[in-house]
Design a protein around this ligand. Structure first.
Ligand code: BTN
Length: 238
């Protein structure tokens, strides 16, 4: 698998999508840039990354074996790969549903996956990852960013980390059955046990996480014992 370095681009996800119009990079290939000028985050947010300090990259896969209604396993695979690599440097890493990577109560990485569906097949999946590594000051609107350097007090080699993530991602993607990926993801969840405050469109309420369905739906149980199911953006941790 190739790792292609682009000096500067608005967004590695966009770059890869354009590239796919004329080329078919090998599964697991990566486009990475040191300077991402219009990095896209979830919900149309801007992804802040100081030039040369962090990992901002996109991986290409062709997951024809994954049913579109189970595409959430791609998010779970990606989140687990990042978590596993970060765990070799620090404790306290978890996955905040659906796919933010957290250190304690702060966000160290975000994932933006863009799937191309045709008929009942996922033709390709562009997996965009922003991982804060050596940045020390964050100036954007993100509420709670943190970097690996802020956690550990030392600098990291970006190329080395990238190769580890590529390797870990492909190992999980190619070798681990979906059932096991879902189980490992559940075990890695942020606030996986106990009651916490959540907020939906109507109200704030106390609930605990019961499970995540293969579709990605979050199942909560409230204090009075009733169950509630949510898709992305319908609910947040309060
Ligand atoms: C989030 O908001 O949590 C997702 C952030 C994803 C950012 C990455 S950086 C590389 C790739 N290219 C983009 O434009 N976005 C993703």
């Amino acid at each position: 698998m190739q790792i292609v370095k682009i000096k500067e681009t608005p967004s590695t996800n966009n770059y890869l999508r354009e590239l796919l119009k004329t080329e078919k990079p090998e599964e697991g290939s990566i486009i990475i840039t040191g300077i991402q000028t219009a990095g896209r985050g979830q919900a149309g947010n801007f992804w802040e990354s100081e030039p040369g300090k962090n990992l901002t990259f996109s991986i290409i896969i062709y997951p024809h074996h994954i049913q579109p209604n189970e595409q959430f396993v791609i998010s779970q695979t990606t989140a687990l790969a990042i978590k596993n690599v970060l765990n070799t440097y620090t404790a306290g890493i978890s996955i905040k549903w659906p796919n933010d990577i957290y250190y304690s109560d702060k966000k160290i990485a975000g994932i933006l996956i863009e799937n191309s569906l045709s008929e009942n097949i996922i033709e390709y999946s562009i997996i965009g990852i922003g991982l804060n590594i050596n940045q020390e000051i964050f100036t954007g609107n993100a509420p709670n960013p943190v970097s690996l350097k802020q956690i550990t007090g030392r600098e990291f080699d970006l190329d080395e980390l990238l190769e580890k993530i590529q390797f870990e991602f492909l190992s999980i993607y190619k070798k681990i059955p979906s059932e096991k990926i879902r189980k490992n993801y559940l075990e890695s969840l942020y606030r996986k046990k106990g009651f916490y405050l959540f907020k939906d469109q109507q109200e704030e309420f106390q609930a605990e996480i019961v499970t995540i369905e293969p579709s990605g739906l979050l199942v909560l149980k409230t204090k009075n014992g009733s169950y509630r199911k949510y898709s992305f953006k319908e609910v947040s941790f309060s």
